[in-house]
Design a protein around this ligand. Structure first.
Ligand SMILES: [Zn+2]
Length: 143
């Protein structure tokens, strides 16, 4: 158990960058891929009849494959950003628990040390009062 304040701050910065910049960027790319998929599919179906039927089928197949490959890569990136953000957030949460326990134990140790110091001061004050009382009694008896 130790202080994780520095680690927490570092992870929080990473998470902020990931959520604020990387993840939205991947999301937009993924969304635009969907549009590209549609555009490619439309292009494939609207190829002129001047080309032979076999060539059209081949072209459509190539366009479809291209779109799918690109989209899969971007989809993985998008998903990767989301799961990385989730992983960092979970790690921050775990470190916060550990850090809170550490600071609680430090505060408890400090409170105990302060209580011991107070008790010692009281014992010293009592010893002084006792010595003074004895001295006064001695004076009174020797009158
Ligand atoms: Zn800490």
């Amino acid at each position: 158990m130790s202080c994780r304040c520095v680690d927490i701050a570092r992870c929080q910065r990473d998470l902020d960058v990931l959520r604020g910049q990387a993840a939205p960027c991947a999301r937009r790319a993924n969304d635009s891929c969907t549009h590209i998929d549609t555009a490619l599919s439309n292009a494939a179906s609207s190829v002129g009849k001047a080309i032979e039927t076999a060539s059209i089928a081949e072209l459509q197949s190539q366009l479809g494959k291209l779109g799918k490959q690109e989209h899969k890569a971007v989809w993985e990136l998008d998903n990767g950003c989301v799961s990385e953000a989730t992983r960092i957030a979970a790690s921050i949460s775990q470190m916060r628990t550990e850090d809170a326990a550490y600071h609680r134990s430090v505060a408890e140790a400090q409170a105990k040390a302060a209580a011991v110091a107070r008790a010692q001061a009281q014992a010293q004050a009592l010893a002084q009062a006792e010595a003074q009382a004895k001295a006064a009694m001695g004076k009174w008896q020797s009158r």
